[in-house]
Design a binder for this molecule. Structure first.
Ligand code: SF4
Length: 381
């Protein structure tokens, strides 16, 4: 049993079932989620026989690699999971506090064309504890109190829906790290049924939609998910999210030189989002060697932002963090997997490392299959 994935009520049931009093569950939960203790032997107020019973039940991540940026102190972590999969997380220091970007899946099957995380396909969903432990490990390692969490690393969070929701509840639990839901951001490429489901949870998190293009035609070129859900369906779901939660949507727009950064692209975006309660986060794309996409130059980025703002759309440009340590989504994980090929087990599956089979959805998860309109496994190919 992976007890670190259990919310307090479920942990209590488990502990009582094993013949221990309920208050022991609360003590255990505090050790795991507040004091961030990884070794059961350090839980000094837990009786020996209970510690023995729990010795196999605490799953933790192992550090495989850590890099620190000399430019801005960003730290990038590659973690090894108990089955040999690898994931990555990023620690960033901002004026307003310390932030961690976590992965929600080992790999990704969404196939966004500018993203390194999808090049090897999806291996599996992360458990709740694997998502939490990225933050716990980094908080212990840096000695800093993490105040913001973004679920924006490898994986499509809404493709791991149930674990994501439990993760949000546990991360914001006052018996744990008690991070305000307002300081948690979940980013999705646009799984329409799950956006509506998330709205119905009535969390107070920030929801960010990866938009990246203002027309269906252009979006389909960049993101296979756009072949499944049209922009009008995605925007309707986002409006539903806003109406249910009162939380303004963040639209992420990666600027790719010559692809979606022209004046006419900006005008299309203005037409699309005019009067929409939102914020646009412009992200000059991080080039990856397997793709020909190039980052927009500074003038194009400035022009794009100004056009949005003069038309009443709130926009910011995301600062690039950790440029000297391969901090773009998925790059370090992929480099680690590539370098260990032939040595350790490569637990990812899917396309070749040159990205030749990369833009179709993997069929290994039933959830996305269920959420398609036609239910076919490969309808985004
Ligand atoms: S951008 Fe996000 S959803 Fe798209 S392939 Fe990368 S990790 Fe997956």
């Amino acid at each position: 049993m992976d007890i670190k994935s259990l919310p307090l009520n479920e942990l209590t049931e488990y502990i009582v079932d094993k013949g221990f009093p309920a208050f022991r569950a609360k003590q255990l939960y505090t050790w795991l989620h507040k004091k961030l203790i990884r070794d059961v032997e350090e839980m000094t107020n837990i009786p020996k026989n209970m510690r023995k019973m729990l010795s196999e039940d605490i799953v933790t991540l192992t550090l495989a690699k850590k890099l620190e940026s000399a430019i801005d102190g960003t730290k990038k972590y590659v973690f090894m999971l108990s089955d040999g999969n690898v994931i990555e997380s990023v620690f960033m220091s901002y004026k307003h506090g310390y932030s961690v970007c976590i992965s929600s899946q080992a790999g990704c099957r969404m196939g966004c064309r500018f993203c390194a995380s999808t090049l090897l396909g999806l291996s599996r969903n992360l458990t709740v504890s694997e998502m939490l432990d990225q933050i716990y490990y980094i908080e212990r390692d840096t000695g800093m109190r993490i105040s913001n969490v973004v679920v924006m690393g490898t994986g499509e969070p809404l493709d791991n829906y149930d674990n994501l929701c439990t993760f949000i509840k546990m991360l914001s639990d006052e018996n744990g790290l008690n991070i305000s839901q307002r300081n948690i951001t979940v980013s999705s490429c646009g799984l329409v049924p799950e956006i509506r489901r998330l709205a119905d949870e009535h969390f107070t998190i920030t929801f960010a939609l990866s938009l990246h293009a203002a027309t269906d035609e252009k979006r389909r070129e960049l993101m296979p998910i756009a072949k499944r859900y049209s922009l009008s369906e995605v925007l309707d779901a986002c409006m539903y999210y806003f109406n249910e939660t009162g939380r303004r949507i963040t639209f992420e727009y990666s600027l790719v030189a010559g692809e979606n950064d022209s004046v006419s692209d900006a005008k299309e975006l203005i037409k699309l989002l005019k009067n929409y309660p939102c914020h646009v986060n412009l992200i000059p794309v991080n080039p990856i060697k397997e793709r020909q996409y190039k980052r927009s130059d500074k003038n194009s980025v400035r022009r794009f932002k100004e056009l949005l703002e003069t038309n009443g759309i709130n926009a910011t440009v995301r600062r690039s963090m950790g440029k000297d340590i391969d901090a773009a989504c998925g790059q370090l994980r992929k480099a680690h997997i590539d370098s260990s090929k032939g040595g350790t087990k490569d637990s990812t599956k899917g396309g070749s490392s040159d990205g030749s089979k990369d833009d179709s959805l993997d069929s290994s998860s039933d959830r996305l299959k269920d959420s398609t309109k036609d239910g076919s496994k490969d309808s985004l190919k």
